[in-house]
Design a protein around this ligand. Structure first.
Ligand SMILES: *[C@@H]1O[C@H](CO)[C@@H](O)[C@H](O)[C@H]1NC(C)=O
Ligand SMILES: *[C@@H]1O[C@H](CO)[C@@H](O)[C@H](O)[C@H]1NC(C)=O
Ligand SMILES: *[C@@H]1O[C@H](CO)[C@@H](O)[C@H](O)[C@H]1NC(C)=O
Ligand SMILES: *[C@@H]1O[C@H](CO)[C@@H](O)[C@H](O)[C@H]1NC(C)=O
Ligand SMILES: *[C@@H]1O[C@H](CO)[C@@H](O)[C@H](O)[C@H]1NC(C)=O
Ligand SMILES: *[C@@H]1O[C@H](CO)[C@@H](O)[C@H](O)[C@H]1NC(C)=O
Length: 470
């Protein structure tokens, strides 16, 4: 076996208490002559933007070029996440592994992890099902997430795979970390859901969460190496492994775990977890995030995504996340995760996090034609119950509170492409016993919010062309 070791130097020092985790993904881009060009992305999370560390490569290493860029520096949380994008040129697609190791994680880690270690197992051999080199699962992770010790929370992590493989998560084992002590306060399912259950105050403090994400083929495939040798992989065998590491901070108990009291609660039009949005190269995608918390003050939107994602807030729980993909992102999908942070009114050092939300942004791909699988929300029938009933002698519609087949709106659509835009004409049946004039504005607002939540661009416009009683 040929072994070569390559070190890449980033700024900074080692041996301080400052690590907040990492993650790495790779994606083969193209073949140039006899070389395979692979894009490797990783995130490094440290207390400050000047801390750093180096990944080392063993196996088939080729040459790597790239510089880390700051994703987000969260000053009151005291972390900085950077993303590096390497262009990796390989003359062979033989396996290799990339390792990050050093010390130390932030101090006081409850599951007794001090040194850091993360390992990526790279599999780039040609797949028989796609005819292309294998890509790793794609994901991103926040440096730190907070939960009060008395609250329940599920972190449904985002993971997808460009080859259509099944992605599974597990905790790191053996030489994948140093050491791989599982955080006892969390349970991790195969489907990448991390569940936190209420625990005693003795368990409060930071935990190092050291996971591995793996891709499994959905059918038996062969992987062929440049030298002609091949291996068979069945659906129970992982192809690649990527590390996903962060800090979970278990905070003191809070008086109420209900979202919207102390813990910020997301409001429309915030995209739902795992929503897919579409963006074009050189066009700015704007993602509206809204949250509320009655008994704390929302201050910050924390996020993790490709570098270049930015946010602005108006100081009252409204944030706009923006991202302008460049040509290098074309035909790729990128995850963006976010959390809204609030501060306690009585103590500025008590911070509360909302749930974690992650979305996928697909660049350059045309959204699937809006062949409306959208079932309009039935909220129309719930709004403004206090408005006087219309004095219709015989109600033509069923009671709003009893969902019945006729309570479902019905849609028929027609697509008219206009350049890159679409005009969609919809005919919608609505059942309500409130006067249409009184509710139509609210109806349009809510329908629009729902469309945006499901991935249509926020600048879509909706118009009523005609309405009539049926
Ligand atoms: C992988 O397969 C593609 C299509 O079958 C082929 O063009 C390419 O040369 C193969 N690459 C390697 C490294 O075997
Ligand atoms: C993941 O698996 C867990 C345990 O089996 C289950 O409770 C949860 O609903 C699953 N999550 C998703 C998103 O499927
Ligand atoms: C939240 O604030 C309101 C009004 O200030 C107060 O009445 C209520 O008790 C608070 N809730 C909790 C759970 O502290
Ligand atoms: C976010 O964008 C919306 C729509 O473009 C705009 O109305 C709003 O003022 C922006 N909010 C912030 C906080 O900048
Ligand atoms: C994007 O994908 C399309 C269709 O698969 C392809 O024609 C195009 O060349 C790709 N563009 C880039 C920049 O890879
Ligand atoms: C659109 O929806 C109709 C009815 O659900 C379905 O028959 C049709 O195949 C869909 N078209 C596309 C392009 O998905």
């Amino acid at each position: 076996m040929l072994l070569s070791v390559l070190l890449l130097l980033l700024v900074g020092c080692t041996h301080a208490s400052h690590f907040y985790g990492t993650m790495m993904t790779y994606n083969p881009k193209e073949i140039q002559g006899s070389d395979l060009i692979v894009v490797v992305r990783y995130k490094l999370s440290f207390r400050s933007c000047t801390d750093g560390d180096t990944w080392s490569c063993s196996g088939n290493c080729g040459s790597l070029v790239g510089t880390p860029q700051i994703v987000l520096e969260a000053s009151n949380e005291l972390w900085c996440q950077r993303e590096a994008v390497w262009t990796w040129r390989l003359s062979s697609n033989a396996p290799s592994s990339l390792t990050l190791s050093g010390g130390n994680w932030i101090s006081g880690i409850k599951n007794s992890v001090i040194l850091w270690k993360a390992v990526t197992q790279v599999e780039l051999r040609n797949r028989s099902d796609t005819g292309r080199p294998n890509a790793s699962p794609q994901t991103t992770i926040m440096p730190s997430l907070r939960v009060p010790s008395n609250c329940r929370r599920d972190y449904d992590l985002l993971a997808f795979d460009p080859d259509g493989d099944e992605v599974q998560c597990r905790y790191g084992m053996l030489s994948e970390c140093n050491p791989c002590n599982d955080p006892t306060v969390l349970s991790l399912s195969d489907n990448c859901t991390l569940s936190f259950s209420p625990t005693s105050s003795a368990n409060e403090g930071p935990y190092a969460v050291q996971m591995m994400m793996e891709d499994f083929p959905r059918q038996t495939i062969t992987l062929t190496q440049t030298d002609g040798s091949f291996v068979v992989k069945n659906p129970f065998q992982d192809l690649s492994k990527i590390p996903v590491q962060f800090v979970l901070k278990v905070d003191p108990a809070v008086a109420s775990c209900t979202e919207g009291v102390f813990l910020p609660k997301f409001l429309p039009p915030t995209p739902a977890n795992k929503d897919r949005l579409y963006a074009d190269v050189d066009q700015t995608l704007k993602i509206l995030v809204r949250a509320e918390a009655a008994n704390s003050t929302i201050t910050t939107l924390l996020f993790s995504g490709p570098h270049g994602v930015a946010q602005v807030g108006d100081g009252s729980g409204n944030f706009n996340l923006t991202w302008t993909p460049s040509d290098s992102h074309n035909n790729e999908s990128h995850p963006i995760c976010f959390v809204v942070q609030a501060v306690s009114s009585s103590s500025s050092s008590t911070l509360y996090h909302s749930d974690l939300r992650c979305i996928i942004v697909t660049v350059g791909g045309t959204p699937p034609p809006a062949n409306i699988t959208i079932t309009p929300t039935q909220t129309v029938t719930e709004t403004k119950q206090t408005t006087p009933e219309p004095s219709t002698p015989e109600p033509l519609t069923p009671e709003p509170s009893t969902p019945s087949p006729t309570d479902e709106s019905t849609l028929s659509t027609q697509l008219i492409p206009v350049g890159n835009n679409f005009v969609v004409a919809m005919s919608i049946g609505i059942s309500t016993n409130l006067p249409w004039e009184d509710i139509k504005d609210e109806f349009l607002t809510q329908l629009k919010a729902e469309f945006v939540r499901r991935g249509l661009p926020p600048d879509l416009s909706l118009q009523i062309l005609k309405s009539q009683r049926v």
